[in-house]
Design a protein around this ligand. Structure first.
Ligand code: GLA
Length: 716
C-alpha cells in the first residue's frame, strides 16, 4: 500500500511506499527542500528531521547547501541547476512561490501535484509525484507553463524531470552502464567523484554509449545487501543525468531530457511536460533493486505486461540484405519445424534496398523480390502457424532513394553545412508534422494490407547537423530534439491503438534506444547486434540491472559468430538465449540434422519454462564469471512452485570437484525435485550449500536445471 500525506503546519509531504518513504517540505522562501529518501519513517519523524538537523546559513562563499526537490538557478545556489530559464527581459534567477497542491488517491496508488510559480514572472511550475501500491518506485515529472502576460517567450535552458537527494554517508558509489555498438550495457561501479559527473547522450537516441539510469550506494552494498538508490529516465532521445558530490559529502542527482546547450522556447499559454524520471530505494542490495525495477516495468511500464513473448525467428544473420520470397518461404518452413512462433523478415525487402547504400525511405515491396507483394509470404507464414513480423526503419532515408529525391529538405540539416552520412543514411526530421504524417500513413497501410503481427522498429544512426532551417532561431529549432522523439512515440501509440494485436520490437542498431520510454510502447527490445553467447553474458548482466528478461531479445545464431568469430557449442548458445526472450537467427539451411533436432528440443524446453523466465523473479547468483568462472542466474515463479537455474562456465575449471551453486528465495522448509534427473533436495540445503551443478569439464559448459517445489511447506 502506498500513500501520500501532508502536514499543513510545517508544509511537509510524505510519500510512503511498501518498503520506503520519501519526504520534503517548503522552507521559509517556499523552496521545496528535500528531507528524506530511505527507510520507512512517519510524517512526524520526517518533520523532526528538519528540526534537529536544521540547515545552517554559511559564510558568503558557502552558498546554499540545502538539497532541493529540483535545484533551480538563482540566489546563492552554485550547484548544477535542474531548472534554468531566461525570461524575456534577460532575468535568469528563479524565485519559488507556493500556489497549492493536490493529492489524489486511487485504487492503484496516489499522485501529488505540487503547484508552484515564479514570484514575479509568468511561469507556473508543477512538480508531479506518483506512487503505486505494489512498488517502491516513485515517478516524477515536471510541467512548466507560460501563464501569459506581455513579457514575451520564456527560454527554457534546462528542465529536468526531478532532482533526487541522498542522505549523508562517508562515501558514495555510482553504478551505470557504458557501451558501444555490439557491446552495450557494460556495468561499471565507481566512487562518486567530488564535483559533477555527467552521464549523457547527445545523439538523439538514448544511446549505446550510456543508458539513462544510475544507481547509488554508500560503497558497501552488494548483490543481496545494503542500501541502494536508483533513478531511471523514461526518454528515448538525448538526455543528461548529473551526479554531484559537494564538500559536505552530500550526494544528489538531477536529470531529464535534452543535453547541454539545447533549449526550448515557451510562448505565452504554452506548456512543457517532461518525461518521467523514476526513483527507487531499497535496503536489499543491487539484486533487490533490479527485481523492484523489473516488477515496475512488468506492472507499470509495458503495454501488455503479463503476456509472454513468443519464440521468434529473424532472417538478418542468415540472409543479410539478400531476401526474396522463395528464400523467406524456405526459412519460414524450417523455422516452423523448430517450434518458432513468429517469423520476422528483416532488412532488404523494400524499394531498391539490396545493400545499405540505397532504398531506405521507399517502403514498398521490392518488385523483383516480391512480385506479388508481401501478402503471399505473410499468408504462408500464417498458414505455417506463425505470426508474421517485418523490419522497418521509419526515421531514416538513403540519399539514393525516391523519397530523398522528392524531399531532400525532409532530413535534419543546416543550410551551409555538409550532411554527414552514417551507414549511408540521413535522419528524417520527425519533428516535422508532414514527415510524421507520411510515416504513420505508410506504416498503417503496410500493417493493414499485409496482416502484419509484429514490427521490428529500427533506428540505425545518431543525429548530426540537427537543424530545421525554416525554424530559424535557437529555442524554436532546438525543439526538434524533443519533438522527434514525441512524434516517434505518437506514431507507435497510434499504430498500437488502431491495431491492438500488433506487437513491436524496439531496436537501434541493437541496444541503442533501450529505455523506459521505449518500453512503454514496445513489447520487447533487441538487446544487441552482438549475438556471441559469451559476450552476451556481460551485456545481459548489465541489461538486467534495470530491465526484465521479459523484454530482452536473445537469438541463437551461427557458430563461429559473424561478429566475434568465436565458436561456441549450441547448448551454451541456447542456454544464454533461453535466459531472456529466446529467438533463433541462424542460417538454418547450413545447420546439421543433429543441430536442428537439438535446437528444436531446446525451443520446446524453453516454452515449458518461459513463463518463469519472462515473468518470474530473477536472481543474479554471481557477477559475470566470478564464482570459479561460473555465471549463474535463477528465476522463480511468483508462487514459488518452479525455479529455473542457468549456469555457464566458459573455460575449463582448475579444480576437479563438482561446483555447487547456492540458490536464493527458496523455502527452507520445502523439498525440491530436479525435473530432469528426479533428484530431490531440501530447500534449506539448496540455499545454504547449493545445488550440485552438472557442468561438463570442457570449455563452454552450461546447464539448465528446473526445480519443482514438491509440496506446500505448510503441509509438511
Ligand atoms: C540493425 C539491427 C539489425 C538488423 C540491421 C538491418 O543493425 O540491429 O538487427 O536489423 O540493422 O540493417
Amino acid at each position: 500500500m502506498s500513500t501520500i500525506s501532508f502536514s499543513p503546519e510545517h508544509r511537509t509531504w510524505l510519500l510512503s511506499t511498501p518498503h520506503a518513504s520519501y519526504g520534503f517540505q517548503l522552507d521559509a522562501t517556499d523552496a521545496p527542500c528535500h528531507l528524506h529518501w530511505g527507510a520507512p519513517l512517519t510524517l512526524g519523524q520526517v518533520e523532526e528531521l528538519a528540526r534537529i538537523y536544521p540547515a545552517k546559513r554559511l559564510d558568503s562563499f558557502g552558498g546554499r547547501r540545502v538539497p532541493e526537490e529540483l535545484a533551480v538557478d538563482g540566489a546563492d545556489r552554485f550547484g548544477v541547476a535542474g531548472l534554468q530559464v531566461r525570461f524575456a527581459d534577460g532575468t535568469r534567477a528563479l524565485e519559488w512561490a507556493y500556489v497549492g497542491h493536490e493529492i489524489v488517491e486511487d485504487e492503484h496508488g496516489a499522485s501529488l501535484a505540487l503547484r508552484m510559480r515564479d514570484r514575479h514572472y509568468p511561469l507556473a511550475i508543477a512538480l508531479h509525484y506518483r506512487v503505486h501500491h505494489d512498488s517502491d518506485v516513485i515517478e516524477r515529472h515536471l510541467v512548466l507553463e507560460h501563464t501569459g502576460g506581455d513579457g514575451g517567450p520564456i527560454e527554457v535552458l534546462r528542465a529536468d524531470s526531478a532532482g533526487w537527494s541522498l542522505p549523508e554517508r562517508a562515501d558514495y558509489r555510482v553504478g551505470h552502464t557504458v557501451g558501444d555498438w555490439a557491446a552495450e550495457t557494460q556495468l561499471k561501479r565507481n566512487q562518486v567523484a567530488w564535483g559533477e559527473t555527467v552521464f549523457t547522450s547527445r545523439r538523439g537516441i538514448s544511446s549505446h554509449s550510456a543508458n539513462p539510469w544510475v544507481t547509488l550506494d554508500a560503497g558497501d552494498a552488494d548483490e543481496e545487501h545494503g542500501q541502494v538508490w536508483g533513478a531511471a529516465l523514461a526518454w528515448s532521445g538525448d538526455w543528461r543525468i548529473t551526479v554531484q558530490r559537494d564538500t559536505d559529502n552530500r550526494v544528489g542527482l538531477t536529470g531529464g531530457f535534452g543535453h547541454d546547450g539545447v533549449s526550448w522556447r515557451l510562448n505565452p499559454g504554452e506548456q512543457l511536460t517532461t518525461p518521467v524520471f523514476a526513483g527507487l530505494y531499497t535496503a536489499g542490495g543491487f539484486g533487490a533493486a533490479s527485481r523492484a525495477w523489473h516488477a515496475y516495468v512488468l506492472d507499470h511500464v509495458l503495454p501488455h505486461p503479463r503476456e509472454p513473448r513468443p519464440v521468434l525467428y529473424n532472417s538478418w544473420e542468415a540472409t543479410g540484405f539478400a531476401v526474396d520470397e522463395a528464400g523467406q518461404r524456405k526459412l519460414a518452413a524450417q523455422a516452423a519445424q523448430l517450434g518458432v512462433e513468429l517469423f520476422v523478415m528483416d532488412d532488404g525487402w523494400f524499394g531498391t534496398r539490396t545493400s545499405d547504400t540505397a532504398g531506405l525511405g521507399d517502403w514498398w515491396p521490392n518488385p523483383d523480390r516480391f512480385p506479388a507483394g508481401l501478402r503471399p509470404l505473410a499468408d504462408e507464414v500464417h498458414r505455417l502457424g506463425m505470426g508474421f513480423g517485418l523490419w522497418v526503419e521509419p526515421e531514416m532515408v538513403n540519399p539514393d532513394s525516391e523519397l530523398y529525391r522528392r524531399h531532400p529538405d525532409w532530413i535534419l540539416h543546416f543550410e551551409n553545412r555538409e550532411r554527414t552520412l552514417l551507414r549511408q543514411q540521413s535522419v528524417l526530421n520527425f519533428a516535422r508534422p508532414d514527415v510524421a504524417q507520411w510515416a504513420h500513413e505508410w506504416l498503417d497501410r503496410l500493417v493493414t494490407e499485409n496482416g502484419i503481427d509484429f514490427l521490428k522498429w529500427d533506428m540505425n544512426r545518431t543525429f548530426s547537423e540537427a537543424g530545421w532551417p525554416q525554424h530559424g532561431t535557437d529555442g524554436e529549432a532546438d525543439r526538434l530534439w524533443i519533438d522527434h522523439v514525441r512524434n516517434v512515440y505518437a506514431i507507435i501509440d497510434r499504430l498500437r491503438a488502431d491495431h491492438p494485436n500488433l506487437r513491436i520490437e524496439g531496436c537501434s542498431g541493437g541496444g541503442g534506444r533501450i529505455d523506459l520510454g521505449m518500453m512503454a510502447r514496445t513489447d520487447q527490445v533487441w538487446t544487441s547486434d552482438n549475438t556471441d553467447a559469451l559476450d552476451r553474458l556481460t551485456i545481459q548482466h548489465g541489461f538486467s540491472q534495470i530491465y526484465p528478461a521479459r523484454v530482452m531479445g536473445a537469438w541463437v545464431t551461427d557458430s563461429p559468430n559473424p561478429i566475434t568469430g568465436r565458436s561456441i557449442p549450441l547448448r551454451f548458445r541456447c542456454h544464454v538465449a533461453m535466459s531472456g526472450v529466446m529467438a533463433l537467427g541462424g542460417t538454418l539451411s547450413e545447420w546439421s540434422a543433429q543441430e536442428l533436432e537439438q535446437v528444436a528440443a531446446e525451443v520446446a524446453r524453453y516454452k515449458e519454462i518461459r513463463a518463469t523466465v519472462q515473468l518470474g523473479t530473477r536472481y543474479r547468483l554471481t557477477e559475470v564469471g566470478d564464482a570459479g568462472g561460473i555465471t549463474a542466474v535463477q528465476y522463480t515463479s511468483a508462487d514459488g512452485a518452479e525455479t529455473v537455474l542457468f549456469a555457464w562456465r566458459p573455460s575449463r575449471p582448475i579444480g576437479r570437484q563438482p561446483a555447487k551453486m547456492p540458490l536464493l528465495a527458496l523455502d527452507p522448509r520445502a523439498r525440491y525435485r530436479d525435473r530432469e534427473s528426479g533428484r530431490e533436495y531440501e530447500g534449506a540445503l539448496l540455499t545454504e550449500y547449493g545445488l550440485p551443478l552438472e557442468l561438463a569439464t570442457h570449455d563452454y559448459a552450461s546447464t539448465l536445471t528446473v526445480l519443482d517445489r514438491l509440496e506446500d511447506p505448510a503441509e509438511r
